[in-house]
Ligand binder design. Structure first.
Ligand SMILES: Nc1ncnc2c1ncn2[C@@H]1O[C@H](COP(=O)(O)OP(=O)(O)O)[C@@H](O)[C@H]1O
Ligand SMILES: [Mg+2]
Length: 295
């Protein structure tokens, strides 16, 4: 039997029949499944890395919910969203760095150039060579500038001095650091400035010839001049590399990236070309975030 009496006043019937529609953010907060809004332009891109209904839990707590995202080849993709929304967790999942945490459990899939990276038998060391990673705080190894850059080749047993030298020069040029360090390659890397150290970390990452470069707030420890050098460098590297950058700075995302994904509470809310996402977002929730109304 209907709880709505047939003779109830019209106003009451209306209120009961049409509950106030809740916003997407309220539905996300309530833990309901919410589909990502992906702009059509993405479909025209060549996928390099695919995230397919990926979920991650830290113990009981779910940190990523049904994340689906195609990272276009040779482009820069930015992940933005309020602190704690899962940007770093998603980035670290892309080279399986989260495997190092005991309590982590995952479901769903990710593919690098078609290869499932969570499939049984995947060599995680090999995978990490294919995915260069640059962290928030520059982390050069306490060794010479030269040895930092050729580190991955040393690990692979490369001994040919000429090869090492060539790779080091190419990577340092690629990272826009060569001119500053070419006469001091034997100096300890820890003597470099913060911005130089971060470019050295980028050189070390690209020396391994990765398919994707992951950057987690790579400029947050740098001054504005060093930041702008890294941003210029990213522009130079795009095309040759597929870059995913996590940034809390919307200015940085809009300056540097081709595509932007807005994340909230472990969901990818909206994903599209950066200019569209910032200038004409599809969702009110995205607009509210980029205009500073929350977060
Ligand atoms: N090692 C961890 N163990 C447990 N919870 C974690 C861990 N790392 C992150 N989290 C939680 O997962 C959520 C997402 O964090 P994170 O990916 O660091 O977000 P963001 O990078 O967007 O700031 C947060 O609630 C955070 O507290
Ligand atoms: Mg983070």
């Amino acid at each position: 039997m209907s709880r709505l009496e047939p003779d109830a006043p019209a106003a009451v019937q209306k209120v009961r029949a049409e509950p106030k529609p809740r916003s997407r953010l309220e539905r996300i907060q309530a833990g309901e499944p919410v589909e990502t809004v992906t702009h059509e332009a993405i479909a025209a891109e060549d996928p390099c890395f695919e995230i397919d209904r990926f979920n991650l839990w830290y113990g009981q707590k779910q940190a990523l919910h049904e994340n689906t995202l195609v990272v276009p080849r040779g482009k820069i993709t930015a992940l933005i969203g309020p602190s704690g929304c899962g940007k770093s967790t998603l980035l670290r999942s892309m080279n399986r760095l989260n495997d190092l945490i005991d309590t982590v459990r995952v479901a769903g899939e990710m593919r690098l150039n078609g290869d499932p990276i969570y499939a049984p038998g995947v060599d995680v060391i090999e995978l990490r060579k294919r995915m260069g990673m640059v962290f928030q705080k520059p982390n050069p190894f306490p060794m010479t500038i030269f040895e930092n850059v050729v580190y991955s080749l040393r690990i692979d047993g490369e001994r040919d001095k000429r090869v090492l030298r060539e790779v080091a020069e190419r990577a340092l040029r690629g990272a826009a650091l060569w001119d500053e360090v070419k006469d001091r390659l034997e100096d300890n890397a820890l003597g470099l400035s913060g911005g130089q150290q971060q470019r050295l970390c980028i050189a070390r990452a690209i020396a391994a010839d990765p398919e994707v470069l992951l950057m987690d707030e790579p400029c947050s420890a740098l001054d504005p001049i060093a930041t702008s050098r890294i941003e210029d460098l990213m522009e130079d590297l795009a095309g040759d590399y597929t870059i995913v950058i996590v940034t809390h700075s919307m200015q940085q995302a809009s300056r540097t990236s081709d595509y932007t994904a807005f994340m909230y509470l472990g969901r990818i809310v909206e994903f599209g070309p950066t200019s569209d996402l910032f200038q004409k977002p599809r969702l009110k929730e995205t607009e509210d975030y980029i205009t500073g109304r929350f977060g």
